[in-house]
Design a protein around this ligand. Structure first.
Ligand code: ACO
Length: 402
């Protein structure tokens, strides 16, 4: 018989909280979210201000060090990142082992995990210097690894980093340049890319970040932990949602079909959900979704892409924001709602959307991992369970089983 009293922890209580909806797993000084008010702060700074005035590497510095850099610190940080953008040449060969039609997220999980096989001088987690080198390496190499994953799947040669370009421009060039042709990075698109990276940089204890912390709590090396985060992010309820949102908008196809899909989303007997709507924490408009919507308009205007799906998205948002069901359940567009249309207009295939998310979130994962490792009260993460299986029974010989 299940003896509940045996489940009580040393603190005298036992909580059963599926999905951790009301359990804090750690203390953190990195990111603050007020889901009811729609507020997101990185180290105290509002996401709107960082996205408007800053750049992604400045956000990386802020998340890692806790303060905005001075001009000299920023210059030094940019240089340190730039020095690590190349990946080991053996890594480039590693890609050849994958099928060309492999999903780039599958390639990312493998290649990022494999970094620990190449950079042995930054996997001793007890050494603060090695921890910082690993952090810088991850931030610097992710665009190169991601662009290589893309180039490999489309059968084009890798484009190596060109370090006089800034972080996001360099990434766009590695994705879209081809060797024999001149490629000039469009500054409007580079700025949009940078802003998208800022918006995705951290989001406190979401599923993938919690995965990174849990993996890291056993003392696993940072590259392996980030690979675990990438694997978790791949799921459609998390990082895969923008791909799913874009697919849904294509399925809807035209504004006249919106009522049919809204009806399905509200039907308790239909498992269909409006992708890009709702959030575990935001019970108000996701502040990142607003910035993403503006970025989407800018990118479409710059590229001249006339995407009917934008019209469908805006009408769907309007309908949902006035619908009793969505109002009552506090379901608002999340960051993924407009990011798919934006990335598509920039030239990325849907299979790359989650890869871009992983690239940007790497800094959040690594900052959270460092914070955990540097916390003296850190313990291995080991959730309890509420056992509901069979009570004790005796083994029967296989010949006597019916
Ligand atoms: N469309 C229709 N109904 C929804 C939606 C939706 N998108 N999201 C939630 N609901 C309903 C649920 O059916 C549930 O109804 P009930 O109370 O009648 O059972 C209620 O709202 C609460 O939903 P939960 O799934 O319990 O909420 P939870 O906080 O666990 O889920 C989640 C959050 C996973 C994001 C959910 O809203 C969802 O599936 N959204 C669509 C996928 C998506 O856009 N994910 C991106 C998340 S953001 C990110 O990862 C960057």
């Amino acid at each position: 018989v299940l003896d509940i009293s045996k489940l009580y922890s040393k603190a005298g209580i036992f909580t059963y909280d599926p999905g951790f909806t009301s359990t804090a797993s750690c203390e953190s000084k990195i990111t603050y979210i007020d889901g009811d008010e729609g507020v997101l702060l990185y180290r105290g700074y509002p996401i709107e201000q960082l996205a408007e005035h800053g750049d992604f590497l400045e956000t990386c510095y802020l998340l890692l060090y806790g303060e905005l850099p001075t001009a000299a610190e920023k210059k030094d940080f940019d240089l340190r990142v730039t020095r690590h953008t190349m990946v080991h040449e053996q890594m480039a060969r590693f890609y050849q082992g994958f099928r060309r039609d492999a999903h780039p997220m599958a390639v990312m999980v493998g290649c990022v995990g494999a970094l620990s096989a190449f950079y042995h001088d930054s996997i001793d987690i007890s050494d603060p210097h090695q921890r910082m080198v690993a952090s810088i390496r991850m931030i610097a190499k992710m665009p190169t690894i991601a662009a290589m994953a893309y180039k490999y799947t489309i059968g084009q040669p890798f484009i190596y980093p060109k370090n006089e370009l800034d972080y996001s421009a360099n990434f766009l060039r590695m994705c879209f340049a081809v060797p024999a042709e001149e490629y000039k990075v469009n500054p409007v698109l580079a700025r949009a890319m940078d802003r998208i990276f800022i918006l995705h940089a951290d989001h406190e204890q979401n599923a993938s970040t919690s995965t990174v912390r849990l993996a890291g709590s056993s003392g696993a090396n940072p590259f392996a932990c980030i690979a675990a985060g990438i694997a978790c992010l791949w799921g459609p309820a998390h990082g895969g949602a923008n791909e799913a949102a874009l697919k849904m908008l294509s399925e809807i196809g035209k504004p006249e079909r919106i009522p049919e899909f809204v009806r399905r989303a509200k039907d308790p007997n239909d498992s269909f959900r409006l992708m890009g709507f709702g959030h575990r924490v935001y019970k108000n408009y996701d502040p990142r979704a607003k910035i993403m919507q503006t970025t989407c308009h800018k990118v479409l205007a710059e590229t001249g892409v006339n995407d009917d799906l934008l019209e469908v998205a805006m009408e769907l948002e309007r309908v949902a924001l006035h619908d009793e069901y969505f109002i009552e359940k506090k379901l608002y567009p999340n960051i993924d709602f407009y990011s798919g249309i934006t990335l598509k207009a920039m030239g990325f295939p849907t299979s790359m959307f989650t890869v871009l998310f992983a690239l940007a979130r790497t800094v959040g994962w690594i900052a959270q991992w460092k914070e955990m490792i540097e916390d003296p009260s850190q313990k291995i993460g080991r959730p309890r369970q509420l056992y509901t299986g069979a009570t004790r029974r005796e083994y029967t010989d296989i010949a006597r089983r019916v």
